[in-house]
Write a protein that binds this ligand. Structure first.
Ligand code: GRF
Length: 197
């Protein structure tokens, strides 16, 4: 058993499949006993996010902070920071959290906030990554786990998974295969980072 307490807070906006993969891996691999690490809260900026029910079914508390209730990005981020910090997290995990973050918020979590992006960074930052990879004629696509910095999708790369682009792939078929890999690399990259903290 470890003395350390490595609370993890996960931020989502949608389906939450990466969040669920993280919680399941942490439970199956007994991160609590080995690393003192557990997902203590899942926070969504969207009240209807599918991932909220998924988190609850896995025994993790959920909170909603609707960005529409705030008049500015800075006000939302400040409230989000207060909500997150109540959990005293070692790590903040972005898992399909569809918000541009303010520099102050990012700086507050420097070195302890991670994201997964569905491309082989530094290629295809931003949205519609799979269609753009197909349109560019890429033979390989994939996903990247990286530290979050103020520069969108540009933080230090922690892990990548490569997926072959197949003839006839649509953005959806490619995304489905990349997502399978995301569910493998994200938990393991987070585990490796926790071991360094
Ligand atoms: C994933 O493709 C992830 O790479 C991107 O957003 C998607 C989230 O999916 N950042 P889910 O909510 O984890 O299912």
């Amino acid at each position: 058993m470890t003395e350390k307490v490595n609370n993890i807070v996960v931020l989502i906006s949608g389906a939450g499949s990466n969040m669920a993969a993280l919680i399941k891996t942490a439970q199956q691999e007994n991160w609590d006993g080995l690393l003192g690490a557990r997902v203590v809260a899942v926070i969504s900026n969207k009240p209807g996010a599918e991932g909220l029910a998924l988190a609850q079914a896995l025994g993790v508390a959920t909170q909603v902070l609707d960005h529409k209730d705030f008049e500015s990005r800075a006000a939302f981020d400040a409230a989000l920071q207060t909500l997150i910090d109540a959990h005293q997290p070692a790590l903040v995990v972005l898992a399909g959290f569809m918000r541009i973050l303010t520099p102050d918020f990012v700086a507050h979590y420097a070195g302890r906030m991670v994201n997964i992006h569905p491309s082989l960074l530094p290629a295809f930052t931003g949205l519609n990554t799979h269609q753009r990879a197909i349109d560019a004629g890429c033979l390989e696509a994939g996903a990247t786990v990286h530290l979050v910095t103020a520069d969108l999708d540009h933080g230090q790369i922690l892990a990548q998974a490569v997926v072959t682009v197949l003839p006839g792939d649509s953005a959806e078929t490619l995304a489905d295969r990349v997502l399978v890999q995301e569910h493998l690399i994200y938990p393991q990259a987070i585990k490796a980072l926790l071991q360094l903290l």
